[in-house]
Design a protein around this ligand. Sequence first.
Ligand code: SF4
Ligand code: F3S
Ligand code: FES
Length: 248
Amino acid sequence: MGYQGNFRVWRGDADGGGLEDFTVEVNEGEVVLDVIHRLQATQAGDLAVRWNCKAGKCGSCSAEINGRPRLLCMTRMSTFTEGETITITPMRTFPIIRDLVTDVSFNYTKAREIPSFKPPKGLAPGEYRMQQVDVERSQEFRKCIECFLCQDTCHVIRDHEENKEAFAGPRFLMRVAELEMHPLDEGGRVDAAQEQHGLGLCNITKCCSEVCPEHIKITDNALIPMKERVADRKYDPIVWLGNKIFRR
Ligand code: SF4
Ligand code: F3S
Ligand code: FES
């Protein structure tokens, strides 16, 4: 049975805006994106929302529902009670374009700062050989749909605009870890993770892993192992001596 649901949606642009109240029909089996589409169709034709697949796979419909970073298409209306007011706001960490749409180009900038896979010299594609266990390790990270909800939630940049320059964010630190764990990569990622991508700013709050719609264990399987590699390098006496001799 359908009902009339209460919604509060952020409307505005880069110059400012605010929450507007709407009453919208909700039907059985619907997700929040269905309601947003109905709102567009019936009351707010110019409401801006980004979406594409409606199947949790394109990573476009990221927003915040009751303050929590979520995919609009994967949040079932049945998780709320009928009388509840549901507040939908754009991702807070990125600049507003309009309504629920933000400018996520920060993430593409960070992606470009990571040098690509560097195979050993003399090996051509097709000649790479690696253990299945190594393939599986990076498989988890490859599930990423680039929704940037982890980037949105991480307090290092969510509350500190000034950290954006120095911090790649969980999604891209995970990419660095993926390459570092690749047995054939010769990119030498450990020092760069700390010095260029800001790994040291992560204090393991794990909020990124909590909001990931793909349930990737970003902190446990990528960030912490990467921090361990940084620590190993720093306190390894041979590396320490090498740094002393060659960096003078
Ligand atoms: Fe989204 Fe998870 Fe990828 Fe982060 S790691 S961008 S939360 S899918
Ligand atoms: Fe941020 Fe995740 Fe680290 S939320 S602080 S990157 S564990
Ligand atoms: Fe593609 Fe939601 S519309 S993930």
